[in-house]
Design a protein. Structure first.
Ligand SMILES: [Zn+2]
Length: 417
């Protein structure tokens, strides 16, 4: 019922057709220094249709139905990633219709969904800008406008017959974002949360570069077929940790400035605390190390290890004052065909038939090898050796990636690997 009501709202909105030429001045809901989301005049610089919410960065689609069910004959018969995507998109959806009131040359959203859509688009633009300008990915490599399913009915039947709510995600099998309807979420809708939306956008970049744009990457699909899948577990944790760090990076260009706790405006204290990048005492411990090495990817929690990686990177960027250089180096490390300096995509390829090759040490080496500045390199080495509990001798020494001054830190109590 909820879905029908929303579709009706979107369809009935009076479609005035304001000037769509970018840049468009529009009001969006942006976090202010009092911790509130308040109307703020912003410019959408990439929008080509302000009513359909479509532009270089994203294209919003309303009313889609996406249903993943392993018992669905169409899903079972799908032989390719493309066929699988077709099998789970049960309803294509349609253009959204945003509605505005024009005041002094500025568009004011005329209904709640338009506020939500405009702000979501604005947040995708911020994430796009960050990956283009800070992470240095050329516009041509950022790909086609991202498909964003707005308030779709999204069901993962194997987990629950109920459609999912209260989330925003990048769903790689269909290479698209979803902004799901609300249900019980009491705080700021995720579409408004610039850090969260950038976290999701970072997953798209990771998919494009580390997974080569594969909707069903072998690092998950094939490595994950082993009862223990340490490579798949690590790559998922890395994807989450890097997404948290890039989400933080995007907040630095917002009116509020760098925000290590950007989850707090949408999530409860416990989750916000567990994802706060500034929390410096997260360490690999024996239980987590055992989980990483022995669990299957379907049972492994990628967020715990991800947040250790994220805060280790944050500490290194913070102590050297070089977040932007680090963010750029990390993205450069996603994929690199230079001989002798593999990226994560190339390391995965080397490890394709033996996922044990994709491990804490080899991954850290790939990241460190893409940092040029020696103090930053040393700081990253120290944090990773310390927080991931990597024996220093595996990274520091003649012919190894870490400078001799790197010896690890003292935050984490050593564990026996
Ligand atoms: Zn994520």
């Amino acid at each position: 019922m909820l879905r029908k009501a929303i579709v009706a709202t979107l369809a009935l909105s009076a479609a005035c057709a304001p000037d769509s030429q970018a840049p468009v001045k529009v009001q969006a809901l942006v976090l202010n220094s009092n911790g509130a989301y308040a109307p703020r005049e912003v410019e959408l610089t990439t929008i080509s249709d302000i009513v359909k919410m479509e532009g270089v960065v994203a294209k919003m689609i309303g009313g889609a139905r996406i249903r993943s069910d392993s018992q669905d004959p169409q899903v079972q018969n799908a032989q390719t990633a493309e066929a699988y995507a077709k099998a789970i998109i049960k309803g294509d959806g349609r253009d959204v219709t945003a509605s505005y009131i024009t005041q002094d040359g500025v568009l004011w959203p005329a209904d709640f969904h338009t506020w939500n859509l405009v702000t979501a688009y604005y947040n995708f633009e911020r994430a796009y800008d960050y990956f283009n300008k800070v992470a240095n990915i050329p516009a041509a490599d950022l790909g086609e406008p991202a498909t964003v399913y707005y308030f779709p009915e999204f069901t993962l039947v194997d987990s629950s017959p109920e459609a999912l709510k209260d989330n925003a995600l990048y769903f790689s099998p269909i290479q698209a974002f979803m902004v799901l309807p609300f249900d019980t979420l009491q705080k700021a809708p995720l579409a408004l949360n610039a850090g969260v939306m950038s976290h999701e956008y970072a997953h798209r970049i990771f998919n494009q570069k580390v997974y080569g744009g594969n909707p069903l990457p072998y690092q998950i699909a094939v490595w994950g077929q082993s009862p223990s899948s340490p490579g798949a577990n690590l790559v998922k944790a890395l994807d989450e940790g890097l997404a948290d760090y890039h989400g933080f990076g995007t907040t630095c260009d917002s009116p509020v400035g760098c925000d290590t706790r950007y989850f707090r405006t949408s999530f409860d204290d416990r989750l916000s605390e567990s994802r706060d990048l500034a929390k410096a005492d997260r360490c690999m411990d024996t239980v987590l190390l055992n989980d990483l090495n022995t669990l299957n990817v379907s049972a492994f929690d990628p967020y715990k290890l991800g947040s250790i990686i994220a805060s280790a990177l944050y500490q290194a960027g913070q102590s050297t004052g070089q977040h932007k250089a680090l963010q750029r180096a990390l993205v450069a490390a996603y994929s690199d065909e230079t001989s002798g300096n593999p990226g994560l995509a190339q390391l995965s390829r080397i490890a394709q038939n033996d996922q044990l090759i994709f491990n804490r040490t080899s991954v850290s080496a790939v990241l460190v090898n893409h940092i040029t500045d020696t103090p930053l390199k040393t700081a990253v080495c120290n944090e990773l050796i310390d927080h991931l509990q990597i024996p220093a001798a595996e990274l520091v020494g003649p012919g190894l990636p870490c400078p001799p001054e790197a010896q690890g830190g003292t935050t984490c109590a050593p564990i026996n690997p």
